[in-house]
Design a protein around this ligand. Structure first.
Ligand code: GTP
Ligand code: MG
Length: 142
């Protein structure tokens, strides 16, 4: 199993994705602080949108096997810095979320942005339709 830390903008769907991966009941709650689970670390979007919190993300990522940079493809503004991946010293994957809301062009742009931030492999998921979730689960739990 690979323990993943989900990092991405406010409201991009990290917590919903965590609930989907863990197959637990979905309940909406804004993430206020870093939340630790045996298989996933969930972080608040504010932490990557505000440089002052980078060190907290780096410290938490030490307990993980992989960094999951997450971005909602329906969103135009992209707040993740280019080439942030290497600061974590761990493999980085990109997770494009909310693909149920996006067209091919949006998907391509989201994918490119995550690659520029340092993601090596890209997963495209929807926590609403379940699209792409099994592929991600397989990658994490195999
Ligand atoms: N259409 C659609 N909506 C989604 C999807 N995933 C999450 N959402 C919605 O997006 C909103 C924000 O989801 P969260 O999972 O709380 O986002 P987050 O990244 O954890 O946000 P923070 O905790 O604030 O950083 C909620 O209203 C979700 O229902 C998805 O795959 N498709
Ligand atoms: Mg959250």
């Amino acid at each position: 199993m690979k323990r993943i830390i989900l990092i991405g903008p406010i409201g991009c769907g990290k917590t919903t994705l965590r609930q989907e991966i863990q197959k637990t009941t979905k309940s909406y709650k804004k993430t206020q602080t870093i939340e630790y689970f045996h298989d996933i670390i969930d972080t608040p979007g504010e932490y990557i949108e505000n440089r002052n919190y980078y060190s907290a993300l780096i410290v938490s990522s030490v307990d993980c096997d992989v960094i999951g940079l997450t971005f909602d493809c329906s969103r135009k503004y992209y707040p993740l810095p280019p080439n942030i991946g290497p600061i974590f010293l761990k493999p980085v994957i990109g997770i494009v979320t909310k693909v149920d809301l996006c067209n091919e062009e949006d998907l391509k742009i989201a994918e490119q942005r995550l690659k520029i931030s340092g993601a090596e492999r890209i997963f495209k998921v929807s926590s609403k339709t379940g699209q792409g979730i099994e592929e991600l689960r397989e990658y994490l739990y195999k």
